[in-house]
Design a protein around this ligand. Structure first.
Ligand SMILES: NC(=O)c1ccc[n+]([C@@H]2O[C@H](COP(=O)([O-])OP(=O)(O)OC[C@H]3O[C@@H](n4cnc5c(N)ncnc54)[C@H](O)[C@@H]3O)[C@@H](O)[C@H]2O)c1
Length: 339
């Protein structure tokens, strides 16, 4: 693992920390757990309710973590269950919580209230337990979806929060709540606001995101689909670059009460993204166009000046390099599942 942000002292400090990753059986969470293990952290807990399976998706993260099953403690449980979480924190002394538990954005298009209520409750449960000194540092994963469509680009942390889905609204509400606890009660909250992450272990079935969905469609002989005109843009970042930034934020005392965009700072249209996937997979067939999805933001493109300044952050992996790794990963699981 090539790390460029963490100093030797910070790595040493992380190794000695006791860490909880909520949502660690999901996409980014499992990549983070893998990186923490590779770094030599020995006390890692994951709490996840495996809801992706229940709503028709696949816990790809959990599957890839089976390789490391002796290196962390997996607990199946719900972060919104206050009593359960309180007992956990009383039993295990936790220094750092990385909060990645979330219900996915596409589910919010069908069940907006459920997604909003659950996601906000995840944050309020952790905020309340932190206020009672049950753990020290909360590195909370926000989302660029909290901004909604860009009213100006690039989007800095000062961009207004104008979410266009109940998922985005839940992410904005989580952030505001956690920051209010920081101001009111002095809790140690640090907020990372990632843009669109891509990488191995993303759910590729129900409620999946564009990259795994497109790769799976091509692998299974279907045509890729673009919703709308394909000119909507996103800022794609390779998941391992995000994970390193999250670890650095956890080690940076000066970031208490701060929000930091983590992204590539590159704007890519969905049409270009899908054409690149097709090229890399040797697909020359037709691409289907379907009506736009309600709530789909038009433009997302991050200003990462603050992360550059405060973390020394630079996205390491190019879009094409990331897509090559991801295509290879999905091909290997796709063919092994068909055997
Ligand atoms: N994937 C992205 O591109 C992206 C971009 C910006 C921000 N984020 C943020 O990063 C975080 C992780 O996203 P992801 O893409 O890895 O999501 P994911 O859907 O892959 O994983 C989320 C995990 O949380 C679990 N979960 C949901 N509700 C839970 C609950 N109440 N208790 C315990 N576990 C629960 C799910 O089972 C799942 O394993 C989220 O906060 C998300 O908003 C993701």
């Amino acid at each position: 693992m090539h790390l460029q942000l963490l100093s030797g002292k910070e790595i040493e400090e992380l190794r000695l920390s006791s860490i909880l990753v909520t949502g660690g059986a999901g996409f980014i969470g499992s990549n983070l757990v893998e990186d923490l293990i590779k770094l030599g952290v020995t006390r890692i807990f994951v709490i996840d309710n495996l809801i992706l399976e229940k709503i028709g998706g696949v816990q790809r993260g959990l599957q890839s973590l089976t390789r490391f099953k002796d290196k962390f403690t997996m607990i199946i449980g719900d972060v919104t269950n206050y009593g359960f979480m309180k007992e956990f924190f009383k039993r295990e002394e936790i220094d750092i919580v990385f909060n990645l538990a979330i219900l996915p954005l596409p589910l919010a298009l069908r069940r907006p209230k459920f997604v909003f209520d659950q996601n906000v409750k995840i944050a309020s449960t952790l905020a309340e337990l932190q206020r009672r000194d049950l753990f020290r540092t909360l590195v909370h994963f926000s989302s660029s979806e909290a901004y909604g469509s860009a009213v100006r680009v690039p989007m800095s942390e000062e961009h207004p929060l104008q979410p266009s889905t109940s998922y985005g609204a839940s992410k904005a509400a989580q952030d505001l709540l956690l920051l209010s606890y920081h101001k009111n009660f002095g809790t140690d909250v640090r907020i990372i606001r990632p843009f669109n992450n891509i990488g191995p272990s993303q759910n590729d079935f129900a409620y999946s995101a564009v990259v795994p969905r497109t790769i799976r469609r091509i692998l299974s002989g279907k045509k890729p689909v673009i919703y709308g005109d394909g000119l909507q843009t996103r800022d794609f970042i390779y998941v391992k670059d995000t994970c390193e930034a999250a670890m650095k934020i956890a080690m940076s005392e000066s970031l208490k009460g701060q929000v930091l965009n983590i992204a590539s700072g590159r704007e890519t249209t969905i049409r270009d993204l899908i054409h690149t996937i097709c090229r890399l997979m040797g697909y020359t067939g037709e691409i289907l166009y379907r009506p736009p999805r309600p709530g789909d933001v038009r433009r997302h493109f991050a200003d990462i000046t603050k992360a550059r300044k405060l973390l020394g952050f630079e996205p390491k992996t190019s879009l094409e390099e990331a897509l090559r790794i991801i295509i290879y990963w999905y091909k290997s699981i796709y063919y092994s599942e068909r055997q």
